[in-house]
Design a protein around this ligand. Sequence first.
Ligand SMILES: Cc1ncc(COP(=O)(O)O)c(C=O)c1O
Length: 425
Amino acid sequence: MMSTPFNRIPAERVGEDSSSIWVDLSALASENNAVNLGQGFPDGPAPKFVTDQLKNVSKHPDLTCAHQYTSGFGHPKLVKELCKWYSYLYQQQVDAKTNILVTVGAYHALYYSFHAWINEGDEVIIIEPAFDCYAPQIKLAGGVPVSIVMNFPDGGTDASQFTVDFEKMESSITEKTKMIVINNPHNPTGKLFSRMELLKIADIAQKYDLIVVADEVYEFHCWGVHKLVRFASLPGMFTRTISIGSAGKIFSITGWKLGWTIGPQHLLAPLKSIHQNCTYACSTPTQLAVAMAFEMEWATFHVKPHKSYLGGYLPEELVKKSKKLQKMLVKAGFAPILPQAGYFMLANYTRLNTAFKTSEETEELDDYAFTKWLCTEKKLAVIPLTAFFANNEDKMRNTSFVRFCFFKKDKTLNDGKKIMKNLSK
Ligand SMILES: Cc1ncc(COP(=O)(O)O)c(C=O)c1O
């Protein structure tokens, strides 16, 4: 039989642009064997008290509750732990049956949140720069992302100097606005939104009856005087907030891909409807191991936090590493923006004295071109800031910065330092 040419096109909702910064730059970094200070994952050993739990789980092949399908909305042991932790963190009772849905990482939780609540043409406010999957996921759900770009002063040096124009945010609201997405601590700037700022967002949400998606995956990546205010813990906000967490970020095990949404029953019910026909249940052994890690951590965290992983080791490591990266960057001629929280640092590269030349001839954004040059010529991988903006005009205005991840082992940071010493012509 003669074969007819394949002539079908993908569903329109998928769109044409299939590129992803993570896919493209990870490939470039590995082709060039580059030191990767770009992508956001710790490359040191995962905490042993966490991996030991997975080891324990694997020692019991006979346990149905460890290796077979578990409850669809979350393994009972993990749900119990999440209830305990978040009831404590929000200072409000979180209910196991109605307030929790375990997902395949925070990505999946975001996907469900948009698909469960956004109709064709609904508008969703995002604060930019923003984690780069928000806008594509909102569009895939039929929604329209509305960007509120943060202000930052020329020559600013601290992530707290990123500010939201709340009047502009309010004036961008139309009758189609349904949701605001906030990310706190913030990727990529390292900003930690203050209580005052969050209260302003809460007022707007209340006034216009909006749902708030609070992506708080870096919730334990805070140090020193900087304390996270969880959005759902603000007066009256639990009822309109879908909070998103990630075991991958909390326990420095990003490859485990386990996350969750916490929220009131009326907000989570439609997410659960999608989940039960789409995933049904997340991986049982990883849920169980994360539950046991939470259980172990609780014993120290809530009595002597500074001796625990989340209240002691993690923040101490982050301060050390951010200081080290900041020093390296300044020495090399970058102008870094000091983060308040999270594990990322932005740095202006435009004053560097290097052989890198911007070109008028290509349409490529300068920060992309710089990132590629740095990766191919100097073997150092970073991420261009423009990847965190949805609109071209906003990208064009923000081509002077690249993002570094400082949660890397000392060897990786030192390798980066050697490269940075030899950046100049
Ligand atoms: C702000 C933010 N939200 C969500 C995610 C996704 O988290 P997960 O790996 O749990 O899917 C990331 C990962 O980098 C992130 O930075």
